[in-house]
Ligand binder design. Sequence first.
Ligand SMILES: *[C@@H]1O[C@H](CO)[C@@H](O)[C@H](O)[C@H]1NC(C)=O
Ligand SMILES: *[C@@H]1O[C@H](CO)[C@@H](O)[C@H](O)[C@H]1NC(C)=O
Ligand SMILES: *[C@@H]1O[C@H](CO)[C@@H](O)[C@H](O)[C@H]1NC(C)=O
Ligand SMILES: *[C@@H]1O[C@H](CO)[C@@H](O)[C@H](O)[C@H]1NC(C)=O
Ligand SMILES: [Fe+2]
Length: 464
Amino acid sequence: MKIMRVYFISFLLLGVLVQLCNGGITSGYLRAADLPDDMPLDSDVFTVPSGPNTPQQVHVTQGNYEGNGVIISWVTPVKPGSNTVRYWKENGKPKSQAEATINTYKFFNYTSGYIHHCIIDDLEFDMKYYYEIGSGKWRRRFWFFTPPKPGPDVPYTFGLIGDLGQTYDSNRTLSHYEMNPGKGQAVLFVGDLSYADRYPFHDNNRWDTWGRFVERNAAYQPWIWTAGNHEIDYVPDIGEIEPFKPYMNRYLTPYKASGSISPLWYSIKRASAYIIVMSCYSSYGIYTPQYKWLEKEFQRVNRTETPWLIVLVHSPFYHSYVHHYMEGETLRVLYEPWFVKYKVDVVFAGHVHAYERSERVSNIAYNLVNGLCEPVPDESAPVYITIGDGGNSEGLLTDMIEPQPSYSAFREPSFGHGLLEIKNRTHAYFSWNRNQDGYSIEADSMLLLNRFWQNTKKRLLDAV
Ligand SMILES: *[C@@H]1O[C@H](CO)[C@@H](O)[C@H](O)[C@H]1NC(C)=O
Ligand SMILES: *[C@@H]1O[C@H](CO)[C@@H](O)[C@H](O)[C@H]1NC(C)=O
Ligand SMILES: *[C@@H]1O[C@H](CO)[C@@H](O)[C@H](O)[C@H]1NC(C)=O
Ligand SMILES: *[C@@H]1O[C@H](CO)[C@@H](O)[C@H](O)[C@H]1NC(C)=O
Ligand SMILES: [Fe+2]
């Protein structure tokens, strides 16, 4: 009997071990996979601000390479209106002024409002600024903070949101991000914004509603944009053959500042982070502009100035859900060797409507004949975090590759958002918060040790 019990226990232990060898944790928390509904057009979050031609859909993003610039954007529905932005430092005088450009676009039978973009790139670092747009009685006032000047030990917190859409769950994701006591200072958005393309003729009115929905956060802190497949809006049947037309008219990026030729891929410094944004729906093969740009870009990163090297790309390199499995494979084959060589700390992706965090692995040894085509543990490799769980109307992905592959550390099909809290050059803390419990719950987390600075006492001493 006793022996039997010992056997039984060893058997259990073995079972646990096998489980570990197979992969990490598949969360026991399973949310009902019902499809979330888009919020109806008359929802409070889509309310048009009162007044005859009042600015709406206000949002800010980083406006230059170093972080002391912003691009302020808004739409006026009826006529161009004022294109002036007035801005000033908190407690500061005098007010400065800058002028926005104005554009409109047509999409099938939709005509956009007047889209304003104002680039301001001579701000002070680490400062609260107020800004005002519109004119007269219907003027609107907002504020934002510029980040501290790039430097190795500047603490900074990023929010992570992906595949947001405009459902009740999207609203919950945004509310949870806003209520998170960790308080993100800027959002890294990993693609798929409005999901307007799910409507007949890609009804671009849903781009407008989305702009009004996110304004409550995006007007006050920069959202760093990544293009996803729902931004392509390529519909030859109705004569719409210019990819990314609505997205690129509405959401600018400071791409020229990093030597990119396209708004779809670019990089920025922000506090202690260097953020590279890739476009997986633009050509990226060898010799293409994006490839050549990225090749130079990695060499340009100065880890003493910006220790944290972060990549944003819509389609994940490593995830273990059935849907979209291996869609990022050609990208991975091309770019993973650089991620390892240049010690990228973390790669954030969306696309897969669920959450997953990888182990530090790489799969770069294969040369067509050696058969070395399995991911292996690699301390120079980034952690891959899939966070396409903003809550859009396509719903969650619950089918997973079984058994859980060894590269997968934690996975859970729930809606949520993430926070990346950079403490100093060696330490950062990532947490993922699921949304459906009525308040922020940290459902997964990881201490990230910087790939460049970890275990390098000498480097630390050198830097002093
Ligand atoms: C655009 O075309 C669709 C389909 O014919 C129609 O339902 C919609 O009302 C039209 N919108 C405008 C602004 O004309
Ligand atoms: C969206 O969330 C906000 C903030 O939590 C809330 O005030 C609002 O009523 C919500 N709207 C909808 C349509 O769920
Ligand atoms: C990297 O950045 C540090 C800190 O800003 C600076 O002192 C150093 O000169 C830079 N190195 C290069 C090669 O530019
Ligand atoms: C960096 O931050 C971590 C976590 O807060 C702390 O334990 C560590 O001592 C810090 N390192 C330095 C060099 O300040
Ligand atoms: Fe996607």
